[in-house]
Design a protein around this ligand. Structure first.
Ligand code: PLP
Length: 448
């Protein structure tokens, strides 16, 4: 950590003592700047190319996963208003949320039931396309439904795919890879839930379990993949392909925003709150949104109080050269999808001047919000997916949030703002486990 003592670090970054105590914090990014001044490390053309690739795969996806056929093989989720939840948040935190609150339900994405159905599936498809083209079996103007035939399954069965995951990425990669016919190995961290491992094994996926955290699972996966030239490793910490798959969400959201007749412009700012683990998912989505809405969209990441890796990486500028464990933070959280101790450098660098801020949320809060959302809106999420929810309240309640609004000249415009909380997972959680989650939260009267 660049030779400073913990005490010197604390003097340099006044927020650090609270972060180390695992208090909830709200950090706004001093490096945030107009998009015109930012260096774009991923081009709009690359995002466009990813979008077109997913469209080419539509006929295959539709055939392989009939639940997507109504949408023509598009893997997409609804955007819904959550008015009752907005009232609940206002009452719970005794604070007014100016503007309207919406939920983007990636929790209900087909195939994998989480945001990983974007990046994870995209990367496997891109790899499959590349292999098929290398073997001169596929042209861009072919109907990609042929990828569902035995000829292609035979081809892909000669190749393997590996990934390290806290659970949901493994689920998404495992399901799509097995469907195409690849041999696939998922290296799971200790946080990964048993039902995810069982589901994958039932689909013929090889699951390797580790007693340690996410970083170790990725490292082992990478090592084993390197030893095999026919193995393609999906690198959650550095993958541009994953990032692009997530970024495609932005153009799709724009359509939904228009359908709902929501205006986003200089006088109608858009605020988006995204749960963050290693950073790829929220980073890709936020980056895509910045490319479309520019300075009119304000993106915040949300992390568990025990795993604030992206906040630490951005605040210190050290990115992947620092981990939460370096500061004695244990990376132990019930939000398994966000249990990451070291952030992606690629994402940190890409978002350095485009991200508005990061805040942290305590596990108990995630459960309370999970319960409220189920009671009031009948929407069931997993704990990680609730991290975005307190964002709008924090923005108005925290001094740093209010200061951000003043600095951006937004104070008077907030009545016309739109807040989108990104719900990142939950629809595939088995019923019995959903009940456990629900039971963990206290209701308004303090009863279980
Ligand atoms: C993976 C995941 C995230 C965060 O994505 P990262 O790419 O790890 O930052 C958020 N929520 C859920 C439910 C996830 O599974």
């Amino acid at each position: 950590m660049e030779g400073l003592t913990i005490e010197e670090w604390k003097r340099k970054y006044p927020l650090l003592p609270s972060l180390i105590k695992t208090d909830e914090v709200f950090w706004t990014n001093p490096g945030y700047d107009e998009i015109a001044k930012a260096t774009l490390l991923v081009t709009p053309e690359e995002v466009q190319d990813a979008e077109e690739r997913l469209r080419r795969f539509g006929s295959f996806i539709q055939l392989a996963f009939p639940e997507t056929s109504a949408a023509g093989g598009l893997i997409e989720s609804p955007l819904v208003p959550i008015k009752e939840m907005q009232k609940h948040l206002e009452a719970r935190f005794a604070s007014n949320i100016q503007g309207n609150l919406w939920l983007k339900c990636d929790s209900h994405l087909p195939i994998a039931g989480s945001i990983k159905a974007r990046g994870g599936i995209y990367e496997v498809l891109a790899h499959a396309e590349e292999l098929a083209q290398k073997h001169q079996m596929l042209q861009p103007d072919n109907d990609y439904a042929i990828l569902a035939t035995d000829t292609f399954r035979e081809l892909f069965s000669r190749y393997s795919i590996a990934v390290g995951s806290t659970g949901n990425l493994g689920l998404s990669i495992g399901i799509i890879s097995a469907k195409l016919g690849f041999q696939v190995t998922v290296h799971m961290s200790a946080d990964a839930k048993a039902w995810k491992k069982e589901l994958l094994r039932a689909k013929g996926v090889q699951v390797v379990e580790y007693a340690s955290d996410y970083g170790k699972a990725v490292e082992e996966g990478r090592k084993q993949a390197e030893a095999d030239p026919n193995c393609y490793f999906i690198d959650d910490e550095n993958s541009k392909r994953l990032f692009l798959g997530y970024a495609v969400a932005a153009g799709r959201l724009k359509k939904q925003v228009e359908e709902q007749q929501i205006t986003v412009d200089r006088d109608h700012p858009l605020f988006v709150y995204l749960p963050c683990g290693v950073g790829g998912g929220p980073g890709g989505v936020a980056y895509g949104l910045k490319l479309i809405y520019g300075d009119n969209v304000h993106c915040f990441f949300a992390e568990p109080t025990h795993s604030p890796c992206m906040l630490l990486g951005l605040m210190t500028g050290l990115h992947d050269k620092v981990s939460v464990q370096d500061f004695g933070i244990d990376n132990k959280t019930e939000a398994d999808g966000l249990a990451v101790g070291r952030p992606s450098r690629f994402v940190g660098k890409t978002m350095e001047n485009l991200l508005s801020g990061v805040y942290t949320v305590a596990d108990e809060e995630l459960y309370a919000l999970l319960r409220a959302l189920r009671d009031l809106e009948s929407i069931r999420l997993e704990p990680s997916a609730l991290a975005g929810m307190p964002g709008p309240v924090r923005l108005f309640q925290q001094e740093a949030g209010r200061h951000y609004l003043v600095k951006q000249g937004l104070t008077e415009k907030m009545k016309k703002a739109t807040h989108i909380v990104w719900a990142t997972g939950g629809s595939m959680v088995p019923e019995s486990i959903q009940e456990e989650y629900y039971a963990k939260a206290l209701d308004e009267n303090g009863k279980k």
